[in-house]
Design a protein. Structure first.
Length: 133
């Protein structure tokens, strides 16, 4: 009786260890420049595999840049995505400007990427041009 009660539990545990989400879908990594976005851990990693420390909003904005095929984001799309339904456009714009201003040095000091501005319209994540050409 003990064996018949224990066997299904052991088999269930064994199957659970064999079939994991990671074994079905290997971790998805999106790379741009020398930064990597791990979709599984929802984190950015530097070239040396050290985790880049970002606030939740900084992470959300960087994720938007990485998921965009052109790495260019329209200012109004960013505001609508990060602060949906916010009525005061001036307040939202000031918050976005502050977010970019604080994110820019983190990105530039920890990668070969930079955030550029198309004044009044969009922001772009670009690979820095090397001076050694």
């Amino acid at each position: 009786a003990f064996l018949s009660a224990t066997l299904p539990l052991l088999l269930k545990r064994y199957r659970k260890e064999l079939i994991t989400p990671q074994s079905i879908h290997p971790e998805k990594i999106i790379s741009f420049g020398n930064l990597n976005l791990s979709c599984e851990t929802a984190s950015f990693y530097k070239e040396n595999e050290e985790k880049l420390k970002l606030t939740p909003q900084q992470y959300a904005l960087m994720e938007m840049f990485f998921l965009s095929p052109t790495h260019i984001l329209n200012r109004s799309d960013i505001c609508e995505s990060l602060w949906p339904g916010k009525i005061n456009a001036d307040e939202t714009l000031n918050t976005l400007i502050t977010l970019i201003r604080r994110l820019r040095p983190l990105v530039e000091e920890n990668s070969n990427l930079k955030i550029t501005t198309d004044r009044g319209r969009a922001y772009a994540l670009e690979i820095k041009k090397s001076d050694h050409l």
